[in-house]
Design a protein. Structure first.
Length: 241
């Protein structure tokens, strides 16, 4: 994992969890904007364990505000549900509680298995180029995508393992558990990411203490596309929650 700042008695502890194929360093531009001098923050690499639930549990770093993007948001949600004593607050960025329908989850596992086979055929570089060429990343500037970092950190094995263990087809659906969340929750999505805008509002209908923020002119990686706006929304919510 990657550390930013040291802790004192008056600090705000935050744990940041990255998305698929990303590393802890993907959060560096955001931590520079979000963290004040006395804040304690950790950005984590995600160690893939035997299951989605076990991987989420491995990300526990004491009582904190947990912030997760996409795959990292799904893991942060799982951790908050399983260890509510640790999650003081929860921030989910472009994240989903999973796939509710069992048949759809099975189909997603099959799709991810085929995607893994494609990675083995194409290699890491070609796959990452194709991954970031998806419409959901159309508004993400190339220089903010962290492509070099993703290339350096990943192999065919690490990418296929993430797909197999951490994909939405392998995680439990947490839609029915959202009402268990008692801590303050912030949901942030990009306005152009229509699927996840809908998911955020559906989640907000169930979660007790929730706030939704939609960032204009941003897609799935809204925190990387609009880092100043993201930081402003996060800090304002932290100060008020």
């Amino acid at each position: 994992w990657w550390r930013r700042h040291s802790c004192d008695d008056h600090s705000v502890k935050m744990v940041f969890i990255p998305g698929f194929s990303q590393t802890a360093s993907s959060w560096a531009p955001l931590l520079d904007r979000v963290c004040r001098p006395d804040d304690d923050a950790l950005a984590l690499d995600v160690p893939v364990c035997d299951s989605f639930v076990d991987t989420a549990a491995s990300l526990a770093h004491g009582s904190a505000t947990y912030v997760g993007y996409s795959q990292g948001g799904r893991l942060a949600l799982q951790l908050a549900l399983d260890r509510p004593d640790l999650a003081q607050r929860l921030v989910l960025v472009s994240a989903s509680p999973g796939i509710a329908d069992a048949a759809a989850r099975s189909a997603r596992r099959d799709d991810d298995a085929r995607l893994g086979q494609a990675i083995a055929r194409e290699g890491v570089d070609a796959f990452l180029e194709r991954w970031l060429a998806q419409p959901m990343f159309a508004t993400l500037p190339r220089e903010r995508a962290g492509l070099d970092d993703r290339r350096a950190a990943n192999s065919v094995d690490t990418l296929t393992q993430q797909l197999r263990v951490l994909g939405q087809g392998s995680q439990p659906s947490n839609w029915e558990r959202l009402d268990e969340l008692a801590m303050p929750v912030l949901l942030i999505v990009g306005a152009l990411d229509l699927k996840y805008v809908e998911i955020a509002h559906r989640m907000a209908d169930v979660i007790r203490d929730v706030h939704v923020e939609v960032i204009a002119d941003a897609g799935h990686a809204c925190h990387l596309e609009q880092p100043d706006q993201f930081a402003h929304l996060l800090v304002s919510w932290l100060d008020g929650s």
